[in-house]
Each structure stands twice: as structure tokens, then as C-alpha cells.
Ligand binder design. Structure first.
Ligand code: PXP
Length: 252
């Protein structure tokens, strides 16, 4: 298991701001350039059913702008499957999606949706994408991910982040334990665990210290922080905090 923890930067919210005015600014392509120069290991984009973040035209534009691997987050729908099998990103992360939600709430219930998820995993893998399932850190979901043949799971850190906001590290402790257990469980099953959602400068350390994790995907906080300190500085600081936490975990 490598000591290095990859950072995927989710640039959707650059598009959210662009879409608020309907013009071309700010351009997610520029964010992809800056993320690459700042040391990101991947670019994550979520093509939502309602296209409120990035849009279809952004897919090729972003890919052509960077050498970094593209991780496309998408719902389990026939429309998205058709788009992804043509676009063929390096990775696809299947996420739950409801129109009315403000962000991805909760993980994909792969245990309850096995029959819907199985053919899409097969089709995306056949198209050459690395398939990831965005799930709760729950042993049942991880067991089903193994049955589905997913090479990657992304563990939802939203609950951890919420608890952190309510009461800091202490309040988030039990959820951190669930994340640790889930990451180790995934590794035992031969699945590469990633994590993401709601991660910030303050709460990233304990998650980054989970040595089984190979990648974090972080978006909203970085784009928000970019308003104050710039995107390159925000990514650089996140990278630094991840390295410190990971370095301490590997050394310890
Ligand atoms: N990972 C997945 C699967 C997501 O859906 C999201 C949110 O789009 C993220 C990571 C990033 O979450 P945040 O924007 O809260 O950092």
C-alpha cells in the first residue's frame, strides 16, 4: 500500500458560479489548469441530471485542458451511462442523485439497488473506465461492492464532516472509526478505498491519516477558500495538510 494519498480536486462549483450568470466566466477549464499546476492528482466533475454544475460541453473542454485523469461522477441512469461510455473518462464514480438535494446526500445504496447498478458497472468497465461506488462506510455496502466487481469504493465522509461541525474531532470520532474500519475492509476485499465529501482544512487530517485510503476528492471547500486565498494556495494548503497527516500516520 503506497504512503501517498492522491488529491482529486472537484471543480464543479466553478461551473456553479459561472452558471449563476449564464456567461463563460469563471471557466472550469482554467480551474483544471490551476489545479494541475498546484499539484492535484486528478480532476473530478459531476455531470448532474439537471446540469447545474458542469455541462456536457465542459466534458471535452476540461479533459483537453489537462493531463490529469478525469473522474466523472454520475447518477445511475441510462442517459449518464450513454454519455460515459462515449466520453470514457479514466474513472467513473456512481453517486446517488435527487433533483431537490443541495449536494450528494448519503451514499449510493448498492445493496438495495444491486440489479440496477450491476449492468452499469459492467458497461462502464467494458468501456475502459475505472468504476467507483460512492457508498456509506458500511460493511454491507462494501460486501456488495465486491460482488458487483467494483475496483474502487469512495467512502462518504459527509456524516463525519457534519459531526465535526457540531462538536469537532471528539464528536466525529465514532464516524472516523467507521471510516477506518470500512477502508480496511475494502482493502481486505481487494477494493481500493477513496473518500470524500465535506472535507476541509480542519477536518481532513484524521481522514488523510487512514493509511488504507488511496485518494480524497475535495471540492466545495477548496473552491470557497479560493475566493479568499486563491485556488492554487487552497490546493497547496490542502496537499500540505494531507501530507503531514499521512506522513505522521506512516511514521507512527
Ligand atoms: N466525492 C463525491 C462522490 C461527491 O459527490 C462529492 C460532491 O460532489 C465530493 C466527493 C466532494 O465533496 P465536497 O464538494 O463537499 O468536497
Amino acid at each position: 500500500m503506497s504512503g501517498y494519498l492522491r488529491l482529486g480536486v472537484n471543480i464543479d462549483h466553478v461551473a456553479t458560479i459561472r452558471n449563476a450568470r449564464g456567461g463563460p466566466h469563471p471557466d472550469p477549464v482554467r480551474a483544471a489548469h490551476i489545479a494541475e499546476a498546484a499539484g492535484a492528482d486528478g480532476i473530478t466533475i459531476h455531470l448532474r441530471e439537471d446540469r447545474r454544475h458542469i455541462r456536457d460541453g465542459d466534458l471535452d473542454a476540461v479533459r483537453n485542458a489537462t493531463r490529469l485523469p478525469i473522474n466523472l461522477e454520475m447518477a445511475v441512469t441510462e442517459e449518464m451511462q450513454a454519455i460515459a461510455t462515449v466520453f470514457r473518462p479514466y474513472a467513473v464514480c456512481l453517486v446517488p442523485e435527487r433533483r431537490e438535494e443541495r449536494t450528494t446526500e448519503g451514499g449510493l445504496n448498492v445493496a438495495g439497488m444491486h440489479n440496477r447498478v450491476a449492468p452499469i458497472v459492467t458497461a462502464l468497465r467494458a468501456a475502459g473506465s475505472r468504476v467507483s461506488l460512492f457508498i456509506e462506510p458500511d460493511p454491507v455496502q462494501i460486501a456488495v461492492a465486491e460482488v458487483l466487481g467494483a475496483p474502487v469504493v469512495e467512502l462518504h465522509t459527509g456524516r463525519y464532516a457534519e459531526l465535526w461541525l457540531e462538536g469537532g474531532a471528539e464528536a466525529a470520532g465514532p464516524e472516523l472509526e467507521r471510516l477506518k474500519f470500512a477502508a480496511a475492509d475494502a482493502r481486505r476485499r481487494g477494493i481500493e478505498p477513496h473518500a470524500g465529501h465535506g472535507l476541509t482544512f480542519d477536518n481532513v487530517g484524521p481522514v488523510a491519516a487512514i493509511t488504507e485510503l488511496a485518494e480524497l476528492n475535495i471540492g466545495h471547500f477548496l473552491i470557497g477558500e479560493a475566493i479568499f486565498i486563491g485556488l492554487d494556495a487552497a490546493i497547496g494548503e490542502m496537499r500540505r495538510r494531507m501530507d503531514i497527516a499521512r506522513g505522521a500516520a506512516v511514521a507512527g
